[in-house]
Ligand binder design. Structure first.
Ligand code: ADP
Ligand code: ZN
Length: 724
């Protein structure tokens, strides 16, 4: 249609369906040519719709004859920088997710290629005083007087002045008014108060600054001063003109950490997390793009923050599941961080009191630079932990509370000190436990707890598919006591009210924290001493620093042991260690009580002794024996369809393909996935375990491409899954 001298560009559009992950060619009308740049967004006609896409190719020679024209170039600045373009490719290759989904996941809503996103800049009216030689009324003189010593005043600062006076002043050329952009988030001024590091912290900082290794693993017990180390490192990099990213598990759950960073760095930080509004995220992202913030703090996707001169990426609580995205693209922010660090000649610091086994193993093998902080900053020992064997409390306990725990809570409150109580909800209600002996039924093939399927009354292993009928008789003690135990924080709160009617209790769980800012409110109230007891789920275990907390009680240390997951022991150890670390963080000594039905379990015992290294050794033996990470890599394939028979047939086909081409890989399944039927779609799972299998990406990519091209069945691949 058009002359062949027209510019042709390749555009990747927003459709996420795999089959259209293709670049389409468009003609650029002459008047838009100047604006064309790779990485900008454009509006294009697509079928009978209009879509938004990224320009990925320029100066093309298109083979297609009748090309459509680009309708609009949406950006002044490039959105996908060179580095982001490459990161998208990297995600696409390593996760096998569609390229467009890989680009979209890196960007906040206002920057995504989407026809729907309409996040806008926020403006405010700002008034400036002109030179003038007019006579003013008294009222006008008053207003003009407000400008003394000020360059400009916003409408907000002039809120006591009526708009009609302002309008008149503008009309008479005495004031002029401009629309200026404002950012939606405010930061406090930094107070520049910097703690002097202890010699141990000092050594840690120097070690990390000088290591040749890209990745340092900072293994430091709770309260050892890791956060101060992070801040010092960031300052050291700032001095060199280099910027930092700090990843935290769930930022809305770490108000205290944010506060410390804000106090030190003021508005040199930008926040990126899900609790921000779309507008706030958009503003924060623009501040990063414009180079107005040198430090980005955020959850998983902040690892993509387009900072120039990136020097350092810190990943706090690096063992957290939240760094892995559990839908497509299933990337792990730690891998992305390491990739970015290598590309930018930057460093990564992984910090944790309970690193993942994979991480610590790499530390021991010098793949990572292992740095240890084994003592608390306050010089205090870690709090003593007492185990209460709940088997022996049967008949004596009040509800879920043993007598010794009640006694300790009483004593603590009487001293005017505070208590944290954890109800371990993880894994509840999906498995059955014997209320007599504490046994849970395991798979003979996989050494994981069987999942209870209520509808079919069956206990099933969702790794290998092994199934057995649910009987109330316990296989170990032969009592008829095997049941589905489930208890919530609400129930525990009721019990507390009965046992300790005078105690003031704050509850923190998904129900009480669903509103924006609710979590922070609870934390602040407890900080101020508005309550004696903070009762909650996993949320109370992480990152909180309350100097007045001297007792931590865990109602049910065991429940996460029964999770149908090879990481269940590790999860239990982490949770118990983390929550124990909430006690005795200031001058007063802390005490911790774990109530358990499994006082002999190595995860519980090692958490009690605060012995990460012994736990590591024990757990590594199990992993080796059962061929789990870090000895083996895992891949999980999820085959799903509305037609359950078809899903199984295709799952078996996948299994055959894997058998044929992946000669050094162990293949488990297909078995029904842990949630077999989800929104009327049936899911089957295959699990692959391997140590060396060079062609695995290649083979799985072919499978993924095949299923992308057919409609009725879907295949989802998860490399290094966190949960199976
Ligand atoms: P972690 O992140 O390892 O749990 P933090 O950095 O939160 O440890 O430190 C624990 C407590 O000790 C915090 O209250 C912190 O303010 C304090 N702290 C850390 N380093 C120092 C230091 N060098 N001097 C004084 N107090 C410190
Ligand atoms: Zn099994």
């Amino acid at each position: 249609m058009k002359g062949s001298d027209n510019l042709v560009v390749g555009v990747l559009v927003e459709i996420t369906s795999k089959s259209v992950d293709r670049i389409f060619d468009y003609l650029v009308p002459k008047y838009l040519e100047d604006k064309i740049e790779i990485g900008k967004r454009v509006k294009v006609p697509f079928g009978n719709r209009t879509l938004v896409g990224f320009i990925l190719e320029k100066d093309k020679n298109s083979g297609v004859e009748k090309l459509k024209e680009i309708e609009e170039v949406l950006d002044e600045e490039v959105i996908l920088t060179k580095e982001l373009l490459e990161l998208g490719e990297y995600l696409h290759k390593t996760t096998l997710a569609s390229l467009i989904s890989c680009y979209q996941v890196m960007l906040p809503k206002g920057y995504k290629a989407s026809i729907k996103s309409d996040v806008k800049k926020k403006y405010r009216k700002v008034y400036y005083l002109n030179d003038y030689d007019k006579k003013l009324t008294d009222k006008q003189r008053e207003v003009v007087g407000l400008f003394k010593g000020k360059e400009k005043l916003s409408r907000d600062e002039l809120k006591d002045v009526s708009i009609s006076i302002l309008n008149t002043l503008v009309k008479n050329d005495i004031l002029r008014v401009l629309e200026e952009e404002v950012y939606r988030l405010d930061y406090e001024e930094s107070d520049k108060k910097i703690k002097k590091l202890t010699p141990l912290q000092e050594n840690t900082v120097n070690n990390i600054l000088t290591t040749e290794n890209t990745v340092s693993l900072l293994y430091g017990v709770t309260g050892s001063g890791k956060t101060e180390v992070y801040m010092e490192l960031i300052d050291k990099y700032l001095e060199k003109g280099l910027k930092s990213i700090v990843l935290v598990p769930e930022i809305s759950l770490t108000p205290q950490l944010i506060k410390r960073f804000e106090e030190r760095f003021g508005n040199n930080i930008a926040l990126l997390h899900s609790a921000l509004s779309d507008g706030e995220k958009y503003d924060e992202y623009r501040r990063i793009v414009k180079g107005e913030a040198d430090i980005v703090i955020g959850a998983r996707s902040a690892v993509f923050a387009p900072l120039k001169n990136l020097g350092l990426i810190i990943i706090d609580e690096c063992h957290s599941d939240s760094y892995k995205q559990d839908n497509n693209p299933r990337y792990n922010a730690k891998d992305v961080a390491i990739k970015r660090a290598k590309d930018n000649n930057a460093k990564v610091v992984l910090g944790s009191a309970t690193p993942m086994l994979e991480e610590y193993a790499r530390g021991l093998k010098d793949v990572f630079n292992l740095v240890t902080l084994e003592k608390r900053v306050n010089g205090k020992e870690l709090p003593k932990v007492e185990l209460i064997d709940m088997n022996k409390e049967v008949g004596r306990a009040k509800g879920h509370f043993s007598l010794p725990l009640i006694d300790e809570i009483n004593k603590t409150i009487e001293k005017g000190e505070q208590v944290i109580l954890l109800l371990n909800r993880r894994g509840y209600s999906s498995f059955v436990t014997c209320s007599n002996c504490g046994e849970s039924v395991k798979c003979p093939n996989c050494d994981i707890t069987l999942t209870y399927h209520k509808s079919s009354n069956i206990l099933r292993c969702h790794y290998c598919g092994y199934a057995t009928k649910y009987e109330v008789t316990c296989p170990k003690c032969h009592e008829k006591s095997l049941k589905d135990l489930g208890v919530g924080t609400e129930k525990i709160e009721e019990e507390l009210k009965e046992i300790l009617p005078k105690a003031r209790v704050l509850r923190m769980d998904v129900d009480t924290t669903s509103k924006k800012g609710a979590h922070k409110k609870i934390v602040d109230a407890f900080s101020k001493g508005d309550a004696d007891i903070l009762l909650g789920t996993q949320m109370v275990a992480k990152g909180l620093d309350f100097p007045n907390v001297t007792l931590v009680g865990v109602i049910n240390a065991d429940t996460s042991l029964m999770l149908p997951d090879f990481r269940s022991s590790e999860k239990t150890f982490d949770l118990l260690s983390q929550v124990a670390g909430r006690a005795g963080r200031s001058e007063r000594e802390g005490k911790v009580i774990f109530q358990t039905f499994n006082p002999d379990n190595y995860a519980i015992i090692n958490a009690k002794e605060n012995d990460y290294k012994s736990f590591y050794k024990e757990e590594m033996k199990v992993r080796k024996l059962m061929k789990y990470p870090p000895y083996y890599y895992l891949v999980s394939l999820n085959i799903s369809s509305k037609d359950s028979k078809l899903a199984l047939v295709e799952a078996k086909k996948c299994e055959k393909v894997c058998h044929k081409y992946l000669d050094k890989t162990i293949i488990l399944g297909p078995s029904p996935a842990s949630i077999f039927k989800k929104q009327n779609i049936y899911h089957y799972q295959l699990i692959l375990k391997y140590q060396y299998q060079d062609n695995i990406h290649e083979v799985l990519e072919k499978l993924v491409d095949y299923y992308a091209s057919i409609n009725k069945v879907n295949l989802d691949v998860d490399f290094n899954p966190i949960h199976l």
